[in-house]
Write a new protein. Structure first.
Length: 280
């Protein structure tokens, strides 16, 4: 094989691993319990309107695509892991809306140039390993003057710090892959999108999470539901000491970000960045 063939094959294997990772556990249940409101936040920030053609990239179960469809937009929900679509289709039916579900890699979207009035992603495209390729695709499929809207976990927020805590325990990333939480940095997004965007508006907000009674509950839940954490623990299966060390690292992190006063429940604040722009 030549170098180009080797690269293509390595990328194909990486995408297979990503698809299997997000299909493991029960991400639809996690998203439904904790993340549902984020999609509506992004749709409102993007100003999605009736009859717009909208693409939700790395849509997962459609927590942004479905609220966009409820606004009357013509929505396509695209994701590398179509196993997540079943839950999304059920939720869309429950809400009385229809949209198109399309398997697709965020780094090579199966759509034409300038096809959509708005392109958005809610804690989705940030997990594409090659950031510039994914950013280029967001812009390619958006019409000139169209909207780009992103909602991403910040590096300094809880989820960003969770991935930092995972890093010493995880297998080394493949060459060229970048950390997902970088998408939560305005500076990083401006570098990726460059002079191809105008009218940039950003703000940071917090998602209040009240699903856990104590830090250990978070660890137990994410070990059974969240693909990236399941994947790391799977890689440590033969090393119980490392498993215990990761348990402690994640428990300590949840404790540091959690808050409980008197009889009030344990609450966590997960910071995210909203980034809205127009394609130049």
């Amino acid at each position: 094989m030549n170098d180009q063939t080797d690269t293509v094959e390595a990328d194909r294997e990486l995408k297979k691993k990503h698809r299997a990772m997000w299909a493991s556990g029960d991400y639809p249940a996690l998203a439904d319990e904790m993340l549902l409101e984020l999609g509506a936040v992004l749709v409102e920030a993007c100003g999605i309107r009736s009859r717009q053609r909208v693409l939700d990239v790395a849509a997962g179960t459609g927590n942004a695509a479905i609220p966009a469809a409820m606004m009357g937009a013509k929505v396509v929900a695209s994701d590398l892991t179509p196993e997540l679509f079943e839950a999304g289709r059920k939720e869309a039916a429950n809400r009385g809306v229809s949209l198109e579900w399309q398997e697709g890699d965020a780094e090579a979207l199966p759509f034409g140039d300038s096809e959509f009035d708005a392109v958005m992603s809610c804690i989705g495209v940030m997990f594409a390993p090659h950031h510039q390729m994914a950013a280029d695709e967001l812009l390619r499929v958006c019409k000139p003057g169209g909207s780009i809207g992103l909602l991403c976990w910040t590096p300094e927020g809880f989820i960003g710090q969770m991935f930092a805590a995972l890093k010493p325990f995880a297998p080394p990333p493949p060459p060229g892959a970048q950390p997902a939480p970088l998408w939560g940095s305005e500076e990083h997004l401006r570098e990726l999108l460059g002079g191809r965007i105008t009218d940039v508006h950003t703000r940071k907000q917090n998602l209040a999470v009240r699903s856990f009674h104590q830090p250990g509950d978070f660890v137990r839940y994410f070990k059974s539901h969240y693909g990236p954490i399941i994947s790391v623990y799977k890689s440590l299966a033969e090393d119980p000491d490392r498993v215990k060390a990761l348990d402690k690292a994640l428990t300590d992190l949840a404790d540091a970000f959690g808050d409980a006063h008197g009889d009030s429940p344990f609450q966590m604040e997960w910071e995210y960045l909203l980034f809205m722009a127009k394609k130049a």
